[in-house]
Design a protein around this ligand. Structure first.
Ligand SMILES: Cc1cc2nc3c(=O)[nH]c(=O)nc-3n(C[C@H](O)[C@H](O)[C@H](O)COP(=O)(O)OP(=O)(O)OC[C@H]3O[C@@H](n4cnc5c(N)ncnc54)[C@H](O)[C@@H]3O)c2cc1C
Length: 243
């Protein structure tokens, strides 16, 4: 397999999405369009004084024929890569490698979809959902998004607006440490998967597919639940792990 291309990127904008997450907008140094598939990721080479690091990030924006793209990065306490990126100043340039990865959603092969994410695991799913909307692909897309608190719900306004405009999109946030004023779902994402999976299967629109992204513990738990208890086939379950 050929090596993924290496190119220069420049940080153009930074935006705080939640207390721990910043969105970084980059553009290709040569201004040419960045071609990738929704769900893919890139590696960034981080030239720290203490030594170079390489870290991977899912592309949060949909492919749009532009030289610009977005990443959403959780600041991990004591984590050298995410600390470096949170501190990076607009105008800085880095070397990127990619696009890479097979966690994609070919629209001609998928079905009604249950998207399951925790934290910044929602970013490749955002890219997939926006891509399907852009081309008018109308199969149901239901997103179960787990975070601790309401303030951690990155891209909340955007997902709520998408769900309001498009009846085939549902946004189902769930909080593991929601305050008493929270009236939505509570607990870990896996609590909500069985009912939503059955409901999707019963729509009569074909076999549902699951797209799961986040840290290993959640991804393995949800994969096991789908495969062993809900009898999903290997082809129906797609996942990406961040650790
Ligand atoms: C394919 C792929 C895509 C990724 N996409 C993203 C992304 O879009 N956004 C993003 O923030 N991270 C993403 N990551 C994780 C990222 O590459 C780094 O691992 C993360 O930024 C931590 O690096 P660090 O050097 O700060 O900390 P490290 O010291 O390397 O990691 C410390 C620990 O942090 C935990 N951790 C890693 N990622 C996260 C996270 N996102 N949220 C909470 N805890 C985490 C892990 O348990 C890890 O062991 C992705 C990883 C992979 C493999």
């Amino acid at each position: 397999m050929p090596l993924p291309p290496t190119f220069e990127v420049r940080l153009t904008e930074k935006r705080q999405l939640s207390p721990a997450v910043r969105e970084l907008t980059f553009e290709r140094g040569d201004g040419t369009p960045f071609a990738f598939e929704a769900g893919q990721w890139i590696s960034l080479i981080l030239p720290r004084v203490e030594g170079e690091l390489r870290r991977s990030y899912s592309i949060a924006s949909p492919p749009a024929g532009s030289s610009r793209f977005q990443l959403a990065i959780t600041h991990v306490e004591g984590g050298p890569g995410s600390t470096f990126l949170h501190e990076l100043a607009p105008g800085a340039t880095l070397t990127a490698v990619g696009p890479q990865g097979f966690f994609t959603r070919p629209l001609d092969k998928t079905g009604p979809s249950l998207f399951i994410a925790t934290g910044t695991g929602v970013t490749p799913l955002r890219s997939m959902i926006k891509t399907a909307v852009a081309v008018g692909h109308g199969l149901p897309m239901w997103l179960v998004f787990g975070v601790r608190r309401e303030s951690d719900l990155l891209y909340r306004d955007e997902f709520e607006e998408l769900a309001q405009k498009h009846p085939h999109i549902r946004f189902e946030p769930t909080l593991s440490r929601g305050s008493e004023v929270w009236t939505g779902r509570r607990g870990y994402v896996q609590t909500h998967v069985p009912d939503l999976w059955h409901a999707l299967a019963n729509l009569g629109l074909g076999a549902p597919h699951a797209y799961i992204c986040g840290l290993k513990r959640m991804v393995s738990t949800v994969r096991d639940l789908l495969r062993k208890e809900l009898n999903a086939t290997r082809e129906q379950v797609h996942s990406e792990r961040y650790d």
